[in-house]
Design a protein around this ligand. Sequence first.
Ligand code: 0A1
Ligand code: ZN
Length: 854
Amino acid sequence: MKDASPATAPKTFYLKDYTPFGYDAESVHLTFRLAPETTRVISRIRFAPKPDAADRTFFLHGEELKLISAKIDGQAVTPELVEGGLKCEVPGAPFTWEAEVEINPAGNTALEGLYMSNRMYCTQCEAEGFRKITYYPDRPDVMSTFTVRIEGDEPVMLSNGNPMGQGEGWAEWHDPWPKPAYLFALVAGDLVNHPGSFTTKSGREVELNIWVRPGDEHKCAFGMEALKKSMKWDEDVYGLEYDLDLFNIVAVDDFNMGAMENKGLNIFNSSCVLASPETSTDANFERIEAIIAHEYFHNWTGNRITCRDWFQLCLKEGLTVFRDAQFTADMRSEPVKRIEDVIALRARQFPEDNGPLAHPPRPEQFQEINNFYTATVYEKGAEVIGMLKRLVGDENYYKALKLYFERHDGQACTIEDWLKVFEDATGRGLSQFKLWYSQAGTPRLKVSEDYADGTYTLTFEQSTPPTPGQPDKAPRVIPVAVGLLSPNGDEVRGTEVLELTEAKQSFTYQGLASKPVPSILREFSAPVILERETSNAERAFLLAHDTDPFNRWEAGNALAKEVRVAMVLDGAAPDAAYLDALEKLVRDDDQDPAFRALVLTPPSQSDIAQTLFDRGHTPDPQKIYDAAETFTQTLAQQLETSLPRLYAATTVDGPYAPDAEGAGKRALNGRILSLLTRLDGGEQAARQYQAADNMTQQYAALGALLKAENGEAQSQAFFKQWQDDRLVMDKWFALQIACAAPEKTAATAAALTRHPLFSMKNPNRFRAVFGALAGHHAGFHHASGEGYQLLADNLIALDKLNPQTTARMCAAFQTWKRYDAGRQSLIRAQLTRIAGTDGLSRDTTEMVTRILDA
Ligand code: 0A1
Ligand code: ZN
C-alpha cells in the first residue's frame, strides 16, 4: 500500500522576491515532430551566464513532460528533476542546451501548452503554458529569438514570425523579434485562409490571413476589415507600425479565454473572430472588432515592450484595454462606448473589488497567476490609465507614450518604468498616483454642497473600505470632472477636472447668480462610487439637461436604481415621475437610438442587491426580480399607445450592416419589442422571428418569446436551423437559461447539461450554460439552493479536465456575504465541498480558499 503523501501547501509567489534569471537565452531552436499522443519536442538553446548575476542556479521550468534526453554542448547530461522543472550543473561560459521531450497534445484538456482542438494542433502559452511544451526558463523577462521547425502531415503548419521554407511534411519559421516564451505559438491542421493585405505607412507590404476550418470561410470578412482598421488606427493615433511581413490570425473552437496576442500568430477563440450577419448579433460584431484590435495593439504594448514578471500584468493589459477602448470610441460612438464600459466595470470589477477576491491592479502575491486575469487587472488597469491621461492632458499623454516606446522597446518592464516615463515627460510627480496600482478596493466619494452669496462649494470626502490584507488605505489622487448647470438647464460652468489628493477637500466656484445643479464625475472620470444625497427631481433634471452624455445616462441609471430600491424596500409602486421621464425620452426621436436603448436598459439585479447591501439591508433576490418585472410591466402599459409606432420607427430597413448606427437602432428596437411582448404575448415577436434575416433580430425575438413562456416552437426551429453551428448553439443554450423564471432556472440549466450537444470539454459551451446560470441573479440565488449545487457539481467535474476555466467560474460565488444566513450557509456548504474534493487543482483551490476566507 502506498503511504498517504502529505498534502503540499500551494506555493505563494511574491513580487518582493523578484530576482532575475542568471542566464541570457541568446537563441532558441525548436523542432516539433507532431503526433496526437506522442509529440516530440527537441529544443536547442544557446545560454550565456550573466556576468553580474546574483543567482546562477540553472533551473528550467517543466510540467507534464517526459524527458527523453538532455545534452550540454553535445554531451549527454542527467539533470535533477525537481518540483516544477529541472536543475542541472552547467558551464560558467556560454553553452548549448539540448533536450528532447515527449508530450501528449490529444490528452491535454486543460488547453494550456500544446493541445488538440477539433483535430487541429494549437498552443496557449500565456501565462505559464510553455513549460508544458519543453523545459525552459518560462518567465517573461527571458526574451529570445525563436526558430521553429514543424514536422508532420498537416496541410497547414504555422508558427511565429516569417516563413523560412516548407516542403512535404515540414515547415520552418523564424521570428526575428526577441520574445518571452508566453508569446510562442504553433498551429497545425486542415485550415483554409481568408487573405488580405496592408501597406504600412513606411511602405511595408504585410500579408494578412485569417485561418479557419473549412466551412467557416464566410465568417472572416468582418474580422479582416477590423484588423486593417486597427493597423491603420495604431499608425494614425500612436504612430505605431507593424513589424513583420506577415500577420496570421487563427480561429480555434476550444479556448479558455477570448484570444491571444502571440507574435505574428494571434490565436482566437472562434467566438471572438468569426462573424456573419446570419449567425452573429450586433453585440458580437462590436466585441469581435474590439478583440481583434486589442490583440493587434498588443504587438507594441505587450510584445515589443513586455512585462518583467506576471505581477506587472496590468502594464500590458490595462494599457491595451485602454487603447482598444479608444479605438472603439473612434470607430463607433464615444459616449456609447463609455457607458457600455462603465456598465461592464460595475458588473464585473466592482463586485471583485468589494468582495473577497479584491486585489490591486498590480497584485503583490499569487499562487496561480491564471487567477489574476481579472477585471481589476484589465478594466481597472485601463481606468487607471484613463485617469493618468486626464491628469496630464492629451498632449502630455502622447508625449509620454512616445518616450515609453523609445526608451523601453525590446525590454521587459515594470509599473515603475511606466510611471517614470510620465514623470520624465511631464515633470509631474506620481508617487501618490501610484497608490492606484497598489491599493485594492473601490474608493467611496462623499459629496456635499454649500451655496451662499454667489459662492458655491463642493466638498469631497474619500475613503476606501478594507480589502483582504489591506485594512487601511491612504487617500489617492482622484480626478473628478465637474460641470455646473443653472436651474433653467444652461451650463454655467463647462467641464473642469478637480484634483482630489486629500481625505477631505473643498472646491469653490464664485460669481454664480443662483445655486447651480452640479454634474459630478462626468465621463466617469474615476472608478469610484459617488455617494451624494440628492433628490429624484434633480436626477430627472440631469437626465433631461446635462450636456455630458455619460452623466445624462448616469442620472437615469441612478433614478432607475432608486425607484427599484424603493419598490423592494417599501413595496412602492413604480415612480410616476420617472416613468414620465422615460416615456418622454423614448419618444424623443431627436435623441440617439443607442442612447435611448441604454437608458431603457434596466440596472442589473445584482447591482440592486449590492446597493441594498451597501445601505444596510439584506437583499432578497426574488423581491428584486419581482420589482424589475413589475417595473417593466408598468412601463409597457404606460407606453402602450406609442409602442407600435416606436417599433415601426426603429425597425431598420434594407440589408443588414453591423455598423454602430444600425446597431443602435436595433438595440432600441429590441427593447421596444420586449415591452411590446408583455402586452401582446408575443404576436409581434413571432412575426419578427419569422421575418428575421439576421441573428440580432432573430435572437431578440426568440428571447422575448422565451421570456413570455411562449417560444417553444421557435426554440425548436432555432435548434433545427443552427444545430451544426457551434457558436449559434452556445447562444441557444444560454438564452433558455437567461429567460427562465427564477424557480425554473436551475432545472433548465440541469436539463441542458444532459443535452447531447452539451460538452464539458468545450469552454464556450460550459460557459454558455453556467455563465447564464450565474448571471441569472434570482435564478442562481433561488432559495432552494439548487443553482448553487448544480454549479458546484459541475465545477468539481470540470476541475479534473480544465482547472483554469473552473477557477474563473468560481467567482460566481464571490458575492455570497451579501445574502441572508440561509443562502450563506447553502453557499458555504458548496464551497466547502469543492475545497474538500480530492486532487483539486491549484487554480481552483486558490479561488475557493480566497472566497471562503471572506
Ligand atoms: N493576453 C490575452 C489573454 C489571455 C490570457 C491568458 C490566457 O491563458 C491563460 C489566454 C489569453 C489577452 O489579453 O487578450
Ligand atoms: Zn490583452
